[in-house]
Design a protein around this ligand. Structure first.
Ligand SMILES: *Cc1c(COP(=O)(O)O)cnc(C)c1O
Length: 223
């Protein structure tokens, strides 16, 4: 938080910070960030794609000015998302055209996608606590067992402040691709990186930024 505050200058107009990280699941101190943004009169946007449907979010309480979400992350249709923008925040449209959505987003609305997103968020919100507890229990069990059975692992991220369905583990001394393939053959789905960086063999930028050694973070071991 001190680094954030120090980084703000008189030219800063926007702070954009992920609500929960997509690789390690860590939830950022959004309320504190919101307070800092308000204090300096800077607009605060959060990419809440990992958080929506997992944790309760009150944009007013958290002082979020703008929030983006993606439907398929809470089991809605793919290819649909939403952007929340607080009333009074200046908003420039990205594309010109037919003036739909009060001239905020031109183009014919994807009605089925919108309806699907609405239904999916309704189901996710109605069952938030139940899903959260269920996933959290499973996650705790999984991490406990993996810790007990396998040595030479490193569990990454903040275990207290994280979305429950996201676990990130380094298995030391095993080739990442090989591990993924072997687990896949046994019907267990894991990923050696985010979908956005599929096929890359360089280490995860998230793990590197967290100070994790390059050889440990590598998706594919050198040996
Ligand atoms: C998945 C994800 C995205 C991208 O959303 P898509 O709709 O899958 O392109 C952006 N940010 C975060 C944090 C994500 O987890």
């Amino acid at each position: 938080m001190q680094d954030l505050e120090r980084a703000i200058t008189k030219n800063t107009i926007l702070i954009s910070i992920m609500f929960a990280n997509n690789e390690v699941g860590t939830i950022q101190p959004i309320e504190q960030i919101g307070n800092i943004a308000r204090k300096y009169n800077v607009i605060f946007h959060t990419d809440a794609v990992q958080a929506v449907g997992n944790v309760p979010i009150d944009v007013r309480h958290l002082k979020i000015d703008s929030l983006s979400l993606s439907s398929h992350k809470f089991y809605g249709p793919k290819g649909v998302g939403a952007l929340y923008v607080r009333e009074g925040i200046a908003f420039n449209r990205q594309n010109d055209g037919g003036h739909q959505e009060r001239d905020k987003r031109s183009g014919t609305e994807n009605t089925s996608g919108i309806v699907g997103t609405g239904k999916a968020i309704e189901i996710a919100t109605d069952n938030l606590n139940r899903y959260y507890d269920q996933l959290n229990d499973l996650s705790d069990f999984y991490l406990k067992e993996i810790n007990r059975r396998i040595s030479n692992i490193k569990i990454n991220g903040d275990l207290a402040n994280k979305v429950p369905g996201n676990n990130n583990i380094c298995f030391l001394g095993i080739d990442g691709n090989r591990l993924v393939n072997e687990l896949d053959r046994r019907g267990i789905c894991v990923s050696s990186g985010s979908a956005c960086s599929a096929g890359l063999i360089n280490p995860s930028h998230v793990l590197l930024a967290m100070g994790i050694n390059e050889n440990i973070a590598r998706r594919k071991s050198k040996s």
